[in-house]
Structures are given as C-alpha cells and as structure tokens.
Design a binder for this molecule. Structure first.
Ligand code: IPM
Ligand code: MN
Length: 351
C-alpha cells in the first residue's frame, strides 16, 4: 500500500522521538512492501516561532489531505511561565483536534511483562492489565464558552455536551467492547452534573443495540480510586474530555513509564497518532527521551489501516527491546542506558 503521512514533530523531545518512529515505520514498510511518503509540517511552539501560529493553515491542509498524522509533542516552558501569552502551543493542539474532527481519543493502558517491577503499584494488582479509554476530545469544558466577568474577578468555563457528541463517542466504545471482552464502563459524575446525566441516559439508550455488552456506570471519583487499586476490573472506559484527560495520566502509572503509552485520535476522516507524554523540555536535544510511546503510536497507525501484522512486528520489537534491556535512562535503573537514537536503531534493525 501507499501512504501519505503528515509528520508533526512539534516541540521539546518531539523531533527526536518522531525520528525513531519514522525509522521504525520505514523498516516495517520495507519489510511488507509499503511505500510511505512523510509530509513534515510545523506545529506548537516551533510553529509560533516560525509563523506566529501554533497550527498554521498550511499544516492543516497537509494533515487533512494525508492518510494519517503522526504527532510528537507540543509545549514549551517559555509559554508555561507566561499565562498571559496571546498564543500558546496547546491552542494549536486543540485547534487541530477540532478542525480535523478528532472526537475520539483512544488511550490504552497495558503492562509489559518485563517491566512489572517498574510500576509503583503491586505486581499482582497490575499483572495482566489491559484496558482502554475512549476520551471525548472535541467538546466539553475544553471547548465550551469561557471567560471572565466582574472586572476579571470571576472566571468560568462551561461544560457542554450534545446527545450526538455523546452517541458517536460511546459508539466507538461499544464497538471496541464487542471486539474485546464485552465490558464497558461509562465514567461520569451523574450525581452532580447535568452533562453527566445526559451521558448516562444516552449510553443507557444505546445498550439495546449492543445486548452482549455488559455496561456499568461509575462516578469519576470512584474510578480514580479503583483504577489504581483494581485495574484489571476495567476493560473499555468511555468518558468526557476533562475526566479522560485526568484519568489517562493516572492510568499511565500502571504501565511503569509515561514514555511507553501510545494513543490514537479518531474522527470522521483522517486519524492522528501520538504518544501520551508531553514535550519534556528538560530532555530536549539530549538523546535521552524514551521513543517507545511514539514507536507504539506508529504501531497503532498501521493497525488502524487494517495492517495487523505490521503493528504486531513493532510491538514484538518493543517487547524484545524491553526484555533485553535496550532502554533509555527512564527505565535503565542504574543499568546501561541507551540513547533515544540507539533505541530507534535497535528497533528498526529488529523489525
Ligand atoms: C493531553 C494534553 C492536552 C490535553 C493539553 C496539552 C492541552 O494534556 O493530550 O492529554 O489536556 O488534552
Ligand atoms: Mn493530558
């Protein structure tokens, strides 16, 4: 097959980890006879510096006309320390999600057998964990009306959801549940929030379409606790934008390193693949960042094209690297730490 992939390296460690994912993807393409044309485009602080805009129109054109987007990370401390900056890199990410219609953010949490001891959680609690969040990504409090009043002394962010937005996200969750163990948990705060009551009634209304799926409804605060206590109780979880943001960071602790978890953002046309970690500016340019989450995001990309074998060889190479200690310093624990590039080279050579 032939693919055009938009390549948005972004900020901080983004370019370094993206390079490794490209290297590994090219090795996969070579092995299976595919042809990938990479289309680099600017985003984040890098784009603000170059053209004054974190998600320029030209970047959008490239993304919208590609078969997929592979994304590194965005964010830069010079903006974090200046909350009043007129444009911020994160705005580019939100604009991109909205303009590309990426309403479903798929964030899996799984464990690697060779890393069970790296998690701060007890091995027997996490062994075998395999769950996936479907986080709504283009609505909710992230996109509702926000502002100030009373001379700036009162601030508000509005959480808004339509039944249609809930339905399309929930459908992705139900479909995933059908492919997995047929268990779905709707995470909400229906004891307090009207939007959550809409979520709950909408999902309840869909249950009859998926009679085989066992659906549970849990409050977000309880899930936050049970997720790290009994992660194996969960399989597919669906939730709104903000709850999903918080819970997926929490869930990444289960796998032992934030540098390991990939994600996909799905919409009506093009899909985007990115690591769940941020731009880690302290490590930028030092060849120490863990590229595995980005490499595994490339695996999700192949799988999303229906190329299961291609995804599998990447996952196997990553597992082998972890088992053989070909890891960056975040996982080296006093042992030999490989550089970002060296891990990428090793993975490409083991495809
Ligand atoms: C994420 C990030 C973003 C979010 C930020 C950078 C806007 O935390 O992708 O989870 O909150 O969605
Ligand atoms: Mn987040």
């Amino acid at each position: 097959m032939k693919f055009n992939i938009a390549l948005l390296a972004g900020d901080g460690i983004g370019p370094e980890v993206i390079d490794q994912a490209v290297k590994v993807s090219d090795a996969v393409a070579k092995k299976f006879g595919h042809e990938i044309t990479w289309k680099p485009a600017l985003t984040g602080a890098a784009a603000i510096d170059a053209v004054g805009e974190p998600y320029p129109d030209e970047t959008h054109e490239i993304c919208a006309s590609s078969d997929a987007v592979l994304f590194g990370a965005i964010g830069h401390p010079k903006f974090d320390n200046d909350p009043s900056a007129p444009v911020r890199p994160e705005q580019g990410l939100l604009k991109m999600r909205k303009k590309l219609g990426l309403f479903a953010n798929v964030r899996p949490t799984f464990v690697f057998p060779s890393l069970l001891d790296k998690s701060p959680l007890k091995k027997e609690r996490i062994e075998g964990t395999d769950l996936v969040f479907f986080r709504e990504l283009t609505s909710g409090v992230y996109f509702g009306e926000k502002g100030r009043k009373d001379d700036g002394n009162t601030a508000y962010d509005t959480n808004v959801y339509t039944k249609e937005e809930v339905t399309r996200l929930a459908r992705k969750g139900f479909e995933a549940a059908m492919q997995r163990s047929k268990k779905l948990c709707c995470v909400d705060k229906a004891n307090v929030m009207e939007t959550s009551r809409l979520w709950r009634e909408t999902v309840q209304g869909m249950e009859k379409e998926y009679p085989e799926v066992e659906v549970s409804y849990e409050f977000v605060d309880a899930v936050a606790m049970r997720l790290v206590q009994w992660p194996k109780d969960y399989d597919v979880l669906i939730t709104e934008n903000l709850f999903g943001d918080v819970l997926t960071d929490e869930a990444s602790v289960i796998s032992g390193s934030m540098g390991l978890m990939p994600s996909a953002s799905l919409g009506t046309s093009v899909s985007l693949f990115e690591p769940i970690h941020g731009s880690y500016p302290q490590a930028a340019g030092k060849n120490i960042a863990n590229p595995m989450a980005t490499v595994l995001s490339a695996a999700m990309m192949f799988e999303n094209f229906g190329l299961t074998e291609e995804g599998k060889v990447i996952r196997e190479a990553v597992n082998k690297a972890l088992a053989e200690g070909v890891v960056t310093e975040d996982l080296a624990e006093g042992g030999k730490a490989y550089g970002t590039k060296e891990v990428g080279d090793w993975l490409a050579a083991n495809i």
